[in-house]
Design a protein around this ligand. Structure first.
Ligand SMILES: Cc1cc2nc3c(=O)[nH]c(=O)nc-3n(C[C@H](O)[C@H](O)[C@H](O)COP(=O)(O)O)c2cc1C
Length: 389
């Protein structure tokens, strides 16, 4: 026994949280890269006795196994509804480890056709007081071909051989590709990676690639989705949208999702709106948030992202929804599910709260199922049921 029960949570609270609480502490991207390197090392050497032991303990501490959390969505088995959102493991380096952290699924990427270094640094900022973040990473990633090679090298199972471990891949457009050539860029990456995708997320909503959000225009999006759908062995498709769309824009997107038989929507990406934090200064740059480029994530996004899920669910409850944006507690995850999300994803909240957030959310959901006398998480979706104390 290497980790005692509760030890991981204590380490995170006593060592990592104090660093995260300071906006000017260690650079946010640097910290992310260190954690990712440790996770990659563990993922690649999971059979070493020491690492195997740590992972086993991690598993016991973080994994909540309960049939009431299981759902089959678009033919995919999700052992629980909590996923890691896109952007943390952009190159799939730790693809084999997310299940050990209790996640029911993880979304790798965003990956683009061409490898690219992203925007100049610094490009990720913590807003600790608000448990938020501002990022303008710009799809820094090693490219689709390298992601496929990396999966092969790591022995990531092809999707048909996975056991209770679901991987989505999030696809974007390369910076050097003109908007008029965007479809070919997405298609090239998809063709290389289809064998590994349980589902594909078509990302047309990152605010950090010039012109990308124009692909949310219904005419352009319809063309793109039609071409993707025509690929051999096309996996279930989800379109990831921005929180800055109007309800009318969203209605148009829903219509084309229905027309083209697309499986679902991931709502939402980060926001260009400053969500009441316009006058907040970024300590590292001395600039106001209203004058900085980038997308806002974390708690300030919670309400808006939830309203969008509600709106889409009311338009058509057959569209499968993955809710993301500001989920940082069992209550906010429950609310998102009851608003209509079949699955939820976390990123910024997971960084602030630490790995314990996953089992806390799952145990919270199970408790609510009991209190509301529901037999499965499916029954809570879109139910508008309140959180009971
Ligand atoms: C540093 C950072 C990088 C991100 N990179 C991506 C990305 O590459 N692709 C993507 O679709 N979303 C990306 N996102 C957005 C998240 O997946 C998520 O949609 C958003 O942060 C809202 O969720 P949250 O409030 O739980 O963080 C990124 C977010 C952050 C904070």
């Amino acid at each position: 026994m290497i980790l005692k029960k509760g030890m991981l949570n204590n380490i995170y609270k006593n060592l990592v949280t104090p660093i995260l609480k300071k906006d000017t502490g260690i650079d946010a991207e640097y910290l992310t890269n260190i954690s990712l390197s440790l996770l990659t090392f563990s993922s690649n050497n999971r059979n070493w006795p020491l690492i195997a032991n740590i992972l086993e303990n991690l598993n016991q501490e973080l994994c909540v196994v309960d049939q009431r959390l299981h759902q089959k969505i678009c033919g995919i088995d999700f052992c629980n509804p909590i996923g890691l959102a896109a952007g943390f493991d952009k190159n799939g380096k730790a693809a084999n480890i997310w299940k050990d952290f209790g996640f029911g699924f993880a979304e790798i990427g965003t990956v683009t056709k061409f490898a690219q270094s992203g925007n100049p640094k610094p490009r990720l900022f913590r807003l600790a007081e608000e448990e938020a973040a501002l990022n303008r990473m710009g799809f820094n990633n090693n490219g689709a071909e390298n992601l496929a090679k990396n999966f092969l090298k790591q022995g990531v199972d092809l999707k048909k051989n996975r056991n209770n471990h679901c991987l989505g891949i999030n696809f974007g457009k390369s910076k050097i590709t003109n908007l008029s050539q965007a479809n070919e860029d997405y298609l090239t990456s998809l063709k290389l990676l289809i064998p590994y995708c349980d589902y594909a997320a078509i990302n047309v909503s990152s605010p950090n690639t010039k012109g990308l959000r124009k692909l949310q225009d219904p005419i352009l999006l319809r063309e793109l989705l039609k071409e993707v759908k025509n690929l051999d062995n096309c996996p279930p498709l989800f379109v990831k949208i921005a929180p800055d769309l109007t309800f009318k824009d969203i209605e148009e997107i829903c219509q084309l999702i229905i027309d083209e038989n697309i499986d679902g929507i991931i709502a939402t990406n980060t926001s260009l709106d400053r969500l009441g934090l316009e006058q907040r200064k970024i300590k590292q740059t001395g600039q106001l948030l209203s004058d900085e480029n980038g997308g806002l994530s974390g708690r300030p996004l919670q309400q808006k992202a939830n309203q969008i899920i509600k709106h889409i669910y009311n338009i058509d409850n057959n569209i499968k929804l993955i809710g993301v944006g500001g989920i940082d507690s069992p209550e906010s995850a429950w609310e998102r599910i009851c608003s209509g999300a079949s699955l939820v994803q976390i990123y910024t909240g997971w960084i602030y709260k630490g790995p314990q957030l996953v089992p806390d959310i799952l145990n919270g959901i199970l408790k609510q199922l009991n209190m509301h006398q529901l037999s499965n998480v499916r029954e809570a979706i879109g139910s508008n049921l309140k959180w009971l104390e």
